[in-house]
Design a protein around this ligand. Structure first.
Ligand code: ADP
Ligand code: MG
Length: 595
């Protein structure tokens, strides 16, 4: 029998390898950029024509190569970056496979022009689908320029497989953008068919993020910085309101290498839990720094995926740093409410939101008055929670702060919709409905967590006939509804009896609120990211909260604000809408021309 196995000729092997490394023009751009970064470039320019299909040129001012290295570099497995097997255990460069130039040149017409500081002239190498056509000398500055023409000209299948010009260009822009975000001290230029896409001067990370994502996003970013021996996390989080419809604007790098990682993305998403509008993806720019020995970057041909040694540790750290940042940062600025009349200068309530989550709620099982004690009040804001026993809790949690005075002078309601108050740093305006929604939402979550419902038993149980669907839904959610505060008996024949309602609900409203909550719950059905409890909590909070148009006494307003700032996230409602707007005094001064 003649032998059927043979060793491939190198051209064929290279073409096959190229299939893995160079899937599209953007992958060639990515590899060439990595080489420029590894060469220590300070300025990297990328020019493409016809979305990279006709022409790609990447130039850098890095170390350059000697004539000898230049000739070698285009061979497969030619690399200056790893020498011994041990080197693979801790990779400190972006490249290491020694495949990029070989792969790209196997499927294009490639020209390399390179010069080191030690040489007077540059070496030019021309390769044409694996054949070195020419090695010459030319005048050029220190650094390297690689030109790739007619990518995939000799692999028609791959060429035909390319997406639209628009898509390929978007991919290229994405590659350069990610690299530019990860390397703010490097100057970048991206030009496509004479149109400049990016022209970035070196700067700080903050400046780079603003230049790329826009001033509006840039100015509202929350910096993240957390260092441990094992892992450092640095970068920026955008406020929840900047959440995107897709993951495309999640910029994650590991040791400054752009990566994709579902585990980390999930930890970040989890950190934003309850803050995002249904289904949104938070926008962030984060770099993780980890000892290269503790991560394997050699698990993916284009090195987009990595494998961590301790996934659980990383997950927990990322999650906690996200939560901490969101709770402590400008999203939840340090707000100090101050009594305008206080003579001793002591804060009436000194609210420091980065105290541990401290919902001060009454977990009462017994029926009791829920309304504010001052006569005319219509709103069941649970005053007892802050007025009686838990006042000490407030005091305890707030350190030197005193509990609230019944008369709150520096507080006004505007159009029965907004609450305006003076704070030390200026003025805050609170949307009363969303503020109450946030309070109720967290209270319900706490009830779920502690299995301690705050139920007020009804003197006169209410019988309610439901549709078959709603009846089934109540049956399905029975346990959750009970934790929420609804004491409901299923009577059969689509009939339920409401024997108790959540402490926050006004007696007399029990039927309506239950129906509203069911309605809202059904309406939220599409939001598959929410679990049943969360959906129920949101639905309840939305329906049970005071509405725009409800007049409030000053006492109610004070308590509302006090309770709001005891929530974990006073600044955004469960649906991601802002709850508080703060106008700093400087802003007022500016507007009145005082500065
Ligand atoms: P790898 O980056 O994995 O080593 P490449 O095929 O991308 O493999 O490059 C091969 C070698 O050529 C590199 O190891 C490096 O020494 C050299 N090289 C490639 N591009 C550049 C560049 N822009 N500047 C300096 N040296 C380069
Ligand atoms: Mg490389």
């Amino acid at each position: 029998m003649p032998a059927t196995i043979h060793i491939m000729p190198p051209e064929l092997a290279n073409k096959i390898a190229a299939g893995e490394v160079v899937q599209r023009p953007a992958s060639a751009v990515k590899e060439l950029i990595e080489n420029a970064l590894d060469a220590g470039a300070r300025r990297i320019t990328v020019h493409v024509k016809d979305a990279g299909r006709a022409f790609i040129q990447v130039s850098d001012d890095g170390s350059g190569m000697s004539a000898e290295d230049a000739a070698l570099s285009i061979h497969r497995h030619a690399t200056s970056k790893v020498l011994r097997p041990e080197d693979l255990e801790r990779i400190g460069t972006f490249g290491f496979r020694g495949e990029a130039l070989a792969s790209i040149s196997a499927v294009s017409q490639l020209e390399l022009r390179t010069r080191t500081a030690l040489d007077d002239v540059a070496t030019v190498v021309r390769v044409d689908g694996d054949t070195v056509r020419e090695v010459t000398k030319a005048a050029a500055g220190v650094g390297t320029t690689v030109i790739v023409k007619n990518l995939f000209y000799n692999t028609p299948a791959r060429r035909n497989f390319l997406k639209t010009r628009q898509t390929e260009l978007k991919n290229i822009a994405d590659v350069v953008t990610r690299a530019a975000l990860a390397h703010p001290t490097i100057a970048w230029l991206l030009v496509s068919d004479d149109e400049t896409f990016l022209d970035l001067r070196p700067g700080t990370s903050q400046e780079r993020v603003s230049a790329i994502l826009g001033e509006r996003v840039g100015q509202s970013l929350m910096p993240v910085e957390e260092r441990t021996d094992y892992l450092s996390i640095e970068g920026f989080l955008a406020r929840p309101e900047f959440a995107r419809r897709s993951r495309t604007e999640q910029y994650l790098t590991l040791n400054r290498r752009p990566i994709q990682n579902k585990m980390i993305a999930h930890a970040i998403f989890q950190g934003y839990e309850h803050l995002l509008i249904n289904g949104g993806f938070p926008l962030f720019v984060l770099d993780l720094t980890i000892d290269p020995a503790r991560v394997d970057v050699n698990v993916h041909p284009s090195k987009l995926e990595v494998k961590f040694e301790q996934e659980g540790t990383i997950y927990r750290m990322v999650l906690s740093v996200i939560r901490k940042t969101l709770a402590a940062n400008d999203l939840v600025p340090r707000v100090e409410f101050r009594d305008g009349n206080a003579v001793n200068g002591e804060d009436r309530f000194h609210l420091v939101p980065d105290i541990p989550p401290a919902p001060v709620f009454a977990f009462r099982k017994d029926p009791g008055p829920t309304n504010v004690v001052d006569g005319g009040s219509i709103l069941p804001l649970s005053m007892p929670a802050s007025r009686h026993a838990p006042a000490e809790t407030v005091e305890h949690r707030q350190g030197a702060a005193r509990s609230i005075d019944a008369d709150a002078r520096a507080i006004w309601q505007i159009q029965n919709k907004y609450i305006v108050s003076q704070v030390r740093s200026g003025l805050v305006i609170v949307d009363q409905h969303v503020a109450h929604e946030r309070i109720l939402y967290e209270r319900v979550l706490a009830n779920f967590e502690n299995s301690l419902p705050a139920i007020q038993q009804l003197l006169f149980p209410q019988t309610l006939e439901l549709t078959a669907t709603d009846y089934a839904l109540v049956r399905e959610l029975e346990e959750h509804l009970r934790l929420l505060g609804f004491d409901i008996k299923l009577f059969g024949k689509n009939t339920v009896v409401i024997e108790g309602i959540p402490a926050d609900v006004k007696v007399g409203n029990e039927k309506k609120i239950l129906l509203d909550v069911l309605e809202e719950y059904k309406a939220n059905e599409h939001a598959e990211v929410m679990d049943a409890r969360d959906r129920l909590a949101k639905s309840f909070a939305c329906k049970a909260a005071i509405k725009a148009g409800d007049p409030l006494t000053s006492n109610e307003m004070t308590v509302l604000i006090e309770q709001l700032f005891l929530t974990k996230m006073p600044y955004v409602c469960p649906h991601g809408r802002p709850v508080v707007i703060r106008i700093p005094i400087e802003e007022l001064d500016r507007r009145f021309g005082r500065t």
